[in-house]
Design a protein around this ligand. Structure first.
Ligand code: RRO
Length: 330
């Protein structure tokens, strides 16, 4: 389909999508761990629910047991980016279920819970704990954290990813989203393995392995020595990985990596993403995703395309057959 000759107004643009069977008002999600919805609720009260910036909320990744996270410093700013070495601090499964889930389930949008285990048994335990909860709409399997030694192997190896999905898929009918690492030569091979194992969607990118040097001591700046790079600095890398993954799978792809405005979001849709997520930009402006959504509608209207599906995959000539927003082929 070609751009329409008459320019539409942003109000005429319908941004609704269906992701893994979940209807969403628009395609803008958050990257896991980049927005503390519980703290935001305390700070902004009812205003947050009235103007919630995301169409679905992805929780900070949880592990079976509580974790303190990495020693400080945990952050380093780079030109157009940020390195984090947070180290997955969280309350553990029990703490999440009792303290956080009731608050997150009360948000005005669907909830995607992000989980990470060191082995199949830990992932199974997490899934058993969260998947049965009414307030949980989908589960994101984080196989890509750069800041936990044991977190990366599953997501680096297609065979390991397939084996994990084969173990987890029978445990729930809720959508399983696999969060892919960018720190491999060919993320599309891992995405194909995730799809073969029954994943309902993939999301990418997590952060790129990175480090920073303390200018005073010339020793590592970050307490844990290294971390993961995010922000606009990674956007072209993320865009290419999203394009390559979308060309290789038929399940929906949630694209992220340095998206800070509507034009950037539209690029990811054109590369084949079904939905996009805002991450690092949330730290600068907690309402950024709201602006990204408005700008996305304007960018789409200005481009002369009437819908997201008209744009989706246009910058991805390798994509095997464009997909509808819920992943079916057209
Ligand atoms: O907590 C972290 O350090 C972290 C996680 Br779980 C992740 O998935 N990605 C990242 O950059 N940091």
């Amino acid at each position: 389909m070609s751009p329409q000759s008459s320019v539409l107004s942003p109000q005429e643009i319908d941004l609704k999508i269906e992701l893994c069977g979940i209807p969403l008002a628009h395609p803008v999600l958050n990257g896991s761990g980049t927005f503390d919805a519980i703290a935001a609720k305390r700070a902004f009260g009812d205003q947050l629910a009235e103007r919630f910036p995301f169409a679905a909320f992805v929780s900070k990744t949880i592990t079976p047991e509580p974790r303190a996270g990495n020693p400080p410093p945990r952050l380093w700013e780079t030109p157009s980016g940020m390195i984090n070495s947070i180290g997955l601090p969280n309350k553990g499964l029990e703490g999440f279920l009792s303290a956080d889930l009731p608050e997150l389930a009360a948000l005005p949008v669907p909830l995607i819970v992000s989980v990470m285990g060191k082995a199949h048994e830990e992932f199974s335990r997490l899934l058993a704990g969260v998947a049965g909860e009414d307030g949980v709409d989908a589960i994101e399997l984080n196989v890509s954290c750069p800041n936990v030694e044991s977190g990366l192997i599953v997501g680096e190896e297609p065979a390991e990813t397939l084996a994990l999905l084969r173990a987890l898929r029978p445990l729930t009918t809720k959508p399983l989203i696999v969060k892919l690492t960018p720190n491999v030569a060919d993320p599309a091979r891992v995405a194909v393995a995730a799809q073969e194992g029954g994943a309902d969607a993939v999301s990418l990118i997590n952060t790129l392995k990175a480090t920073a040097v303390d200018p005073g001591t010339l020793e590592p700046w970050l307490g844990a020595g290294r971390g993961g790079l995010s922000g606009p600095a990674v956007r072209p890398v993320a865009l290419e990985q999203v394009r390559a993954v979308a060309a290789a799978v038929s399940i929906p792809v949630i694209g992220m990596g340095g998206i800070a405005d509507g034009a950037g979001a539209l690029d990811f849709i054109a590369a084949g993403a079904a939905a996009i997520a805002v991450g690092t930009e949330n730290f600068r402006d907690p309402a950024a995703a709201h602006r990204v959504r408005e700008e996305l509608a304007s960018a789409l209207a200005n481009s002369g395309f009437a819908s997201l599906s008209a744009v989706r995959g246009r910058a991805n000539p390798d994509q095997k057959g464009l997909q509808t927003m819920d992943g079916a082929s057209v």
